[in-house]
Ligand binder design. Structure first.
Ligand SMILES: Cc1cc2nc3c(=O)[nH]c(=O)nc-3n(C[C@H](O)[C@H](O)[C@H](O)COP(=O)(O)OP(=O)(O)OC[C@H]3O[C@@H](n4cnc5c(N)ncnc54)[C@H](O)[C@@H]3O)c2cc1C
Length: 441
């Protein structure tokens, strides 16, 4: 069978391509998805006890009118709107995010350290640029914020030495308040909770984040073939062979599979230069653990970050607060969704991780000790590709890969297809797929 455009993957990027392709009638096209469902990392699950889970805390927000319009149409009245209430758990307290804007809420000594650090940054100016992310953190935010949050948190999240990471993805995108502003906030006992692009966000009333992508996919369902994992791509002959033995040919190919895997395992005869480039792409892996409790814990929190190395998760989402329908008995239960990075630096034992997570939730004050006997569900999912790491080697690795693929009418897009963390959200991925389809049309 031959198609003008073949898309590999029905995650947000593949569906973005499909959305664009469905607007026209001339080109023949098909999306092939390895899994038995659409949505990829943005899909949702319902566990055996009836709790809904996402693959880590997903919130829908975008600056793109195109993406926002798609969300409105796909969710209609089921699009809930939330105001972000997020925290950092440090020094035994929950400090509103971002920490830089709320350091006056820290205990006195920690506050002084953070403030002194920021004053030292102001006095130093911007001379002597840092060499890597590990140097950038104290250089940009001072030693106190580095010590109380940024260094331990990022070490835990990325599970990658910070001196192997660049800072091109974060510089200029974080709040760096002047020390005078902080001193004023401390006097006024105020603080800024509303900083950042996701200060308000959308969430589906039912079905988790995956509902958004199920609804988008329903608009062009005859163009999606599930359970079709592409195993081999012959870029010269323009063919894709699937694990199930089927084979198709294409005029143009959009792939959203992880780019390292695509170059190393799927592409026929990639050659040493491409293989070397693909080995320069780093990623971490992880686990998502969901804990459902038979007690309503009343608060309006959205999520919290955990720099503490003695608890396994780096972030916990108060998932029953996103929609009361995320639990089987709304109003009587609570669900916590915990993200655990399990890269090279932090090997975690999957058989004990649910218990370790509960211990961490109790230790951090999210659950009471007596909630242990109210646990209704302990769900766990492994995530082999969690974050594409913005490493020092990334851009040099991407350049030859992209050049080669473009030369063969292949575009690799999306979170792991494009491998750019800073444009790796749902909206970016959807729009990248949309744009790739437009380019081929
Ligand atoms: C913990 C976590 C939290 C996140 N939070 C947010 C958030 O709050 N807001 C936000 O906007 N984004 C968030 N994201 C990012 C979001 O998940 C991604 O942007 C989005 O899912 C990427 O879409 P994609 O299509 O590029 O990739 P994926 O979602 O990975 O989809 C790729 C699809 O391709 C399929 N596939 C792979 N290989 C093959 C093959 N060989 N053949 C056929 N099919 C194949 C896969 O099965 C999958 O369905 C988060 C991600 C994570 C991990």
């Amino acid at each position: 069978m031959k198609f003008d455009v073949v898309v590999l993957g029905a995650g947000p990027a593949g569906l973005g391509a499909g959305y664009r392709l469905a607007e026209q009638t001339r080109a023949s096209w098909m999306i092939f998805e390895a899994a038995g469902r659409v949505g990829g990392l943005s899909s949702s699950r319902v566990d055996a006890k009836g709790f809904t889970w996402d693959i880590g805390g997903h919130v829908i927000f975008s600056k793109s009118p195109l993406f926002n319009g798609v969300v409105e149409r796909a969710l209609g009245p089921d699009a809930l709107t939330h105001t972000r209430e997020s925290y950092i758990r440090t020094a035994g307290r929950f400090i509103p995010f971002p920490l830089q804007n709320n350091i006056h809420r820290l205990p006195l000594r920690a506050m002084r350290e953070c403030l002194d650090g920021l004053i030292a940054v102001e006095q130093r100016g911007n001379a002597q640029q840092p060499a890597h992310f590990g140097e950038w953190i104290p250089w940009r935010l001072g030693d106190g914020i580095a010590r109380h949050f940024m260094m331990p948190y990022n070490t835990k999240l990325w599970a990658c030495p910070l001196n192997e990471m660049g800072y091109y993805w974060i510089d200029g995108r974080i709040s760096v308040p002047a020390s005078a502003e902080i001193e004023q906030a401390a006097k006024d006992k105020t603080g800024n909770h509303t900083w950042g692009p996701n200060a308000t966000f959308r969430f589906p009333r039912r079905g988790g984040t995956g509902a958004l992508f199920n609804n988008i996919a329903a608009g062009f369902a005859p163009h999606i073939r599930l359970r079709h994992e592409a195993a081999r791509v012959d870029a010269k002959r323009k063919t894709v062979t699937f694990k199930n033995g089927n084979k198709v040919s294409y005029g143009s190919l959009i792939t959203t599979a992880p780019l390292d895997h695509f170059a190393q395992k799927m592409l026929a005869a990639p050659g040493p230069d491409l293989l070397r480039a693909a080995s320069g792409l780093q990623h971490n892996s992880g686990l998502v653990v969901g804990i459902g409790i038979n007690r309503l814990i009343k608060n309006s929190r959205c999520w919290a970050y955990f720099p503490d190395p003695s608890v396994p998760f780096y972030r916990v989402t108060y998932f029953s607060n996103y929609s009361r329908l995320n639990v089987p008995r709304p109003g009587a239960q609570t669900s916590f969704m915990c993200e655990i990075s399990a890269g090279t630096a932090q090997k975690r034992n999957a058989s004990t991780i649910v218990k370790e997570t509960v211990d961490g939730l109790v230790k951090s004050g999210l659950m009471r000790p007596d909630d242990r006997r109210r646990i209704d569900s302990g769900w766990m999912m492994k995530v082999p590709y969690l974050y594409p790491i913005p490493s020092l080697t990334r851009d040099a690795a991407l350049a030859p890969l992209e050049k080669h693929l473009h030369g063969h009418d292949i575009r690799s897009v999306g979170r792991f297809g494009g491998w750019r963390y800073e444009t790796g959200n749902m909206d970016h991925s959807f729009l990248a797929g949309h744009e790739a389809a437009s380019a081929f049309l």
